[in-house]
Write a protein that binds this ligand. Structure first.
Ligand code: NAD
Length: 243
């Protein structure tokens, strides 16, 4: 654990010298925008609920009403959230050429809202959904609109098949963005992890591929031992020094 000012100065130096730096963000990057994470001690959502019962393909197919009752109200909040200082600082670092882009596990779209251009959303996003029967794609607002009118599960306006969001659920294959992120990792010199417990695989494998690793996370992670810099602090406190 580093002194915060010292860590900021060191990270600045590393970013200036690094040939290619990627940032990997997790739910912890968005908690300061009011979106709870999944695994923080005490408050994380999956500390209280079993993800297989609430956010898996099996849950969607066997009990779609409950799947949407549980997930849609909180996803609606993700869409309304605003970027925080961490998102804004990362967008600025990209603009200034100090980081190449952001690989995110988040589905909230806050990096793009803050101005980041190169973003790999390895667990999907909340911009669209599609029909499980005919595959037709719709804006995510189709799900919310139907749900708010009491239509549960929301269904396809064309064939009445069940709609699903374009997020990676438990039991889903990984997204195309994940494979693109793996390609990007091939010539990455520095990976900076921000707000991730690094417990969700296969994304938690990415630190292994990075020659240099920096970790900014409130709690210890299984990869702290490999990192050249570890900061156990709120991401916002760290990144406000970059704005
Ligand atoms: P996680 O919940 O497993 O871990 C979050 C980590 O962030 C924890 O270790 C916690 O200590 C840390 N943290 C919390 N607030 C922080 C802060 N302000 N500053 C620094 N660290 C902070 O999250 P994960 O590793 O991203 O994996 C969970 C999965 O949940 C991901 O796949 C993601 O798709 C999904 N998820 C996304 C959102 C979102 O889109 N915002 C929200 C919840 C979960």
């Amino acid at each position: 654990m580093e002194d915060l000012f010292e860590a900021v100065a060191k990270v600045n130096q590393i970013l200036k010298r690094s040939r290619k730096t990627l940032v990997l963000t997790g739910a912890g990057a968005s908690t300061e925008s009011g979106i709870p994470d999944y695994r923080s001690k005490g408050t994380g959502l999956w500390q209280k609920f079993d993800p297989m019962e609430k956010a898996s393909i099996t849950a969607l197919l066997t009990n779609p009403e409950e799947f949407y009752r549980f997930n849609l109200p909180r996803w609606s909040k993700y869409i309304q959230a605003e970027p925080n200082v961490t998102h804004r600082a990362l967008a600025r670092l990209e603009e200034n050429g100090l980081i190449y882009g952001v690989i995110t596990q988040n589905i909230d779209g806050l990096h793009q809202k803050a101005g980041s251009k190169r973003v790999w959303e390895v667990h999907g996003h909340l911009r669209t959904c599609h029909c499980l029967e005919c595959g037709t794609s719709y804006p995510f607002t189709e799900l919310i609109g139907q749900f708010n009118q009491g239509i549960n599960p929301p269904n396809c306006p064309q064939c009445r098949g069940i709609l699903r969001p374009d997020v990676v659920l438990f039991e889903d294959p990984m997204s195309q963005d994940y494979y693109s992120a793996l390609e990007e990792m091939k010539d990455c010199e520095t990976l900076m992890v921000v707000g991730s417990s690094l417990q969700v695989y296969p994304v938690a494998e990415l630190p292994r591929l990075a020659p240099k690793l920096i970790i900014i996370n409130k709690e210890p992670t299984p990869w702290d031992f490999k990192a050249i810099i570890v900061v156990h602090e709120q991401a916002g406190k760290f990144f406000e020094k970059f704005i």
